[in-house]
Design a binder for this molecule. Sequence first.
Ligand code: IPE
Ligand code: IPE
Ligand code: MG
Length: 250
Amino acid sequence: MSLKEQINFDRLPVHIAIIMDGNGRWALQRGEDRIYGHQKGVEAVRTVIEGATELGIKYITLYAFSTENWNRPWNEVEALMELMVHSLTEETDSLVKNNNILKVMGDIERLSPAVRQSLDETLKRTSVCKGMTLVVALSYSSRWEMVKVVKDIAHKAISGEIDPDNIDYGIIEEHLTTKGIPDPELLVRTSGELRISNFLLWQIAYSELYFTETLWPDFGKEELYKAIIDYQKRERRFGKTSEQVHKNES
Ligand code: IPE
Ligand code: IPE
Ligand code: MG
């Protein structure tokens, strides 16, 4: 049986989040520049978007550039930003063809006008689409997001729009950049690193974590299928006992 045939289509994760890591190592292993790894990484992005769309996944969130990545050597940051503009321009047609809606989350104001302009164009062109939502986390980190949430809620508390005693999970979720998007059931990280690196800390409270040694440029559809199959073998208990979970199923 092929990997794809092993997937239970009745129990697909609605939302998959991916920490796309290992571009630099992939390139260095080949005696190439790190930037070359990032270019190859874009090809993997295209493949995974196509694969997830074919399966009928509803949301995919890709960690493309973290707040901390601004601290990389400036030539790498610049190359990544240029690659972003180039890829958005190149890929918009196929996103529209796949019926993908693009969303961006992160500190967009830190991005250059050129990046923001290409983003705006792709956001606009894909806004009419009805298929899978592709969320790109760009200049994003969870702590940045949480600071923003606290500030926004504090302002509303001062103006009287929110009563501090009524603050609950729902109010916090309404102020997150992921507002309206269900939490990811599955979080994938490539390249063998066993950490979260400031990604979606609130939203992954109950996500199933999947780590693979595969470096991001080598991650393809089969790897995506493997992650989903692994996820489908897990029992998600949300604090309850295994017995309770089975009772609810029957
Ligand atoms: C992930 O690959 C891409 C970004 C963080 C932008 P890396 O560039 O982190 O690759 P490694 O981890 O150095 O191999
Ligand atoms: C996490 O990868 C960020 C992205 C994939 C965009 P990093 O390579 O920046 O993470 P660390 O530094 O190894 O934790
Ligand atoms: Mg890395």
